[in-house]
Design a protein around this ligand. Structure first.
Ligand SMILES: C[C@H](CCC(=O)NCCS(=O)(=O)O)[C@H]1CC[C@H]2[C@@H]3[C@H](O)C[C@@H]4C[C@H](O)CC[C@]4(C)[C@H]3C[C@H](O)[C@]12C
Length: 323
């Protein structure tokens, strides 16, 4: 399972948890402006917006899981197994293979409005990257400081939803996730009133009782409600450290611990959590075994070059001993 969220303080933040039972070999990858993007069905793009994100690099191709560009547009792909469907090549459209979707949008669009326009002419094709890396069944969140959308390519066509909660998890489809939020409209961070029966003396015996009923299991619809509640009630200062700290707490509300989600004898865990300051160009992350926040700042690199700039993910717990 995976969860993505947006968060606004002084700057606009975007990030995700990547939950899985194994890692493909992830790296923080900066694609500079003049790296030539070769596409399967459209002409190569020699010059484009620079981007940074988490990717698996194969034959010098950055296969992004989540990323944002130098203009502040961000995008992440999350599993949508059993619902995702991609299409045959269609004449007269921009035919983009599923694994090219993030680089194409982030390379060519400066903001969410431009991304929405690009999607009108796009056809997401069922072209696999290779035999070793077949089609990934995903759906996507695309966001900037003006808002967010969810993109779901399904058997019955491409669905583009306004995503006003700024959250995405996995199945079921986004419109159903939003419908299910109706069930939680009575939840609150404030203490509840006794509406149950006025003649019975009920006690507010604990803090936090206003949100009793908020799910805590790891299913996708439960994480959707949990992280939406957490994000929508989040309060933090707007400095960089306070915002980044709060963002990791928001996604921490749906963290997956080893042992709690059994996938045929393996365990799905939160392999990494990212937090992007999309305006400052900084990609922050933690990993399952490294709670210390690490970061790569895209603006510190020469973005006018041609070669990918890759940073190995820092693993291993770094404990600050005090005596
Ligand atoms: C497994 C990842 C999604 C994690 C997730 O959503 N877990 C939830 C599991 S579930 O719903 O509860 O079953 C996805 C996200 C991005 C994906 C990768 C990116 O799409 C980039 C390439 C695309 C290639 O087609 C396949 C390899 C790949 C490198 C993908 C491997 C894998 O499918 C990734 C890493």
């Amino acid at each position: 399972m995976c969860t993505a969220a947006t968060y606004k303080t002084k700057d606009f933040y975007f990030g995700r948890t990547l939950d899985y039972e194994f890692s493909y070999g992830d790296e923080v990858v900066i694609t500079p402006r003049n790296y030539p993007f070769h596409f399967r069905h459209i002409d190569a793009i020699e010059s484009h917006y620079a981007m940074i994100g988490m990717a698996h690099v194969v034959d010098n191709d950055p296969l992004y899981y989540d990323a944002f560009n130098e203009c502040g547009l961000a995008m992440a792909g999350l599993n949508f197994v059993g619902n995702a469907a991609y299409y045959d090549i269609e004449e007269g459209k921009d035919n983009i293979a599923q694994f090219e979707f993030i680089p194409w949008i982030l390379g060519t669009c400066a903001n969410l409005e431009e991304a929405k326009t690009a999607l009108i002419h796009m056809n997401l094709t069922n072209t696999p990257y290779s035999e070793q890396f077949p089609l990934a069944q995903l759906h996507w969140i695309i966001a900037d400081q003006s808002g967010a959308i969810t993109v779901e390519a399904m058997e019955d066509g491409m669905h583009i939803y306004e995503n006003n909660v700024g959250v995405l998890t996995n199945n079921p489809p986004f419109n159903i996730q939003m419908f299910l939020l109706n069930q939680y409209m009575n939840l609150s961070p404030k203490q509840p009133e006794n509406l149950f029966a006025k003649d019975i003396d009920l006690d507010q015996y604990s803090r936090g009782m206003g949100a009793i009923g908020l799910p805590g299991d790891l299913s996708s619809s439960s994480r959707f409600a949990k992280v939406a509640f957490t994000k929508l009630h989040s309060v933090s200062g707007d400095s960089e450290n306070e915002s980044v700290n709060q963002f990791f707490h928001i996604l921490g509300s749906v963290d997956q611990q080893r042992g709690c989600c059994d996938v045929n004898g393996k365990y799905e865990i939160t392999l990494y959590t990212s937090c992007c300051n999309t305006q400052k160009g900084i990609y922050y992350y933690t990993t399952y075994d490294n709670h210390q926040i690490s970061a790569v700042d895209m603006t510190k690199e020469d973005l006018n070059t041609k070669n990918l700039i890759c940073y190995e993910v820092i693993t291993g717990e770094h404990i600050q001993m005090q005596n």
